[in-house]
Design a protein around this ligand. Sequence first.
Ligand code: OOG
Ligand code: MG
Length: 253
Amino acid sequence: MVADLLLTAESSRTPVGSVTGRWPDFDLAAAYRTQDVGMKRRTARGERVVGVKLGLTSPAKQRQMQVDTPSVAWLTDAMELPPATVVPRSRLIHPRAEPEIVFVLGEELAGPGVTAARAMHAVSAVLGGIEIIDSRYSGFRFTLPDVIADNNSSSRYVTGSVQVNPDGFDLALEGCLLEVDGQVVDSATGAAVLGNPAHALAFAANQLAERGHALQPGWVVLTGGLTEAVPLAPGSHIAAHFSHLGSVVIKAD
Ligand code: OOG
Ligand code: MG
């Protein structure tokens, strides 16, 4: 089964070839079903779902990965790292880091038909974050069904210590500088994410509704990489400096 193949690739740090390359009929519906089986496997081994992550919501990410459609995947507590943490790079395949705007939900948000404005009513706090992605596909090469089946390359994530109330906060104008070993390598504003990260949240609620799920109070939502992802080299320091959401820093082992 594809879900087991990908979970084994993760635990054995052995990347695999594209699923759609091998089975051209593997479509979006099969990919989301596979992702849900993977989530069941994770919960069966004791992990708890703590939220969702959007994939490929910015032009920078879409260009880098050659996939131009957003998608949704699961976050579990095993993926969450404490602040200013050392990322266990030696347990990962070929990790990359990307800065993201993160929401915490104060109430349930259920599609279909969720608009960006409705979505923001459910948000209790906005934070900065860094996501560590680690595709189970060789060379980070995948199609849209491939990456969905692989839970959108999920690996780890860190959120910042600054929490901002979303009321009156202009998410589209929130700036972010991405720094690698003290050098600014990229920058973006929140508008990079579908014009406004609120649209990513609405997309998540509506996509999950197609799978019979609703976003739950307390859940974390990673709205998608603002910039291209950068390789997490051994011993490197990566920082995301946001204009109002503070700084998030990680170090690779
Ligand atoms: C897919 C994961 C995408 C994002 O923020 O766009 C993602 C990948 O780039 O490997 O997490
Ligand atoms: Mg991401």
